[in-house]
Design a protein around this ligand. Structure first.
Ligand code: HEC
Length: 89
């Protein structure tokens, strides 16, 4: 009987470990996202995704600062989106 409990414990630990590794994998994928993907996923939550051609490079710089706070993006994500918008206008 004790052996079974031990086995259950081992498999629970294995499952927790596997899902922990899985969560690390997910955050890596977030890091690999391009500016275009981040833009389409984040910038249409509250309003239509803005067209890159709507604003010039300097305007995107300012808008990105405002929208980074609203969207709760990391600096890296915000920079990727800004770069994408500036390269596509
Ligand atoms: C949490 C909601 C929210 C998210 C997410 C969001 N915005 Fe906005 N956005 C707003 C609101 C509200 C306004 C209205 C103007 C203001 O408050 O600055 C706005 C206005 C704008 C404007 C118009 C600015 C102007 O002066 O005409 C642009 C462009 C814009 N957002 C771009 C973006 C981009 C790019 C992203 C993604 C990084 C984004 N938004 C994500 C809420 C959001």
């Amino acid at each position: 009987m004790k052996k079974i409990k031990y086995l259950v414990l081992i498999s629970v630990m294995f499952f927790v470990g596997a899902s922990f590794l899985q969560s690390c994998k997910t955050s890596l994928e977030v890091k690999e996202k391009t500016g275009a993907v981040l833009w389409s996923e984040n910038c249409s939550r509250c309003h239509y995704s803005p067209d890159p051609e709507d604003y010039n490079d300097a305007q995107w710089e300012v808008i990105a600062m405002h929208m980074r706070v609203r969207t709760n993006l990391t600096e890296e994500e915000s920079e990727k989106i800004t770069k994408f918008l500036q390269e596509s206008n």
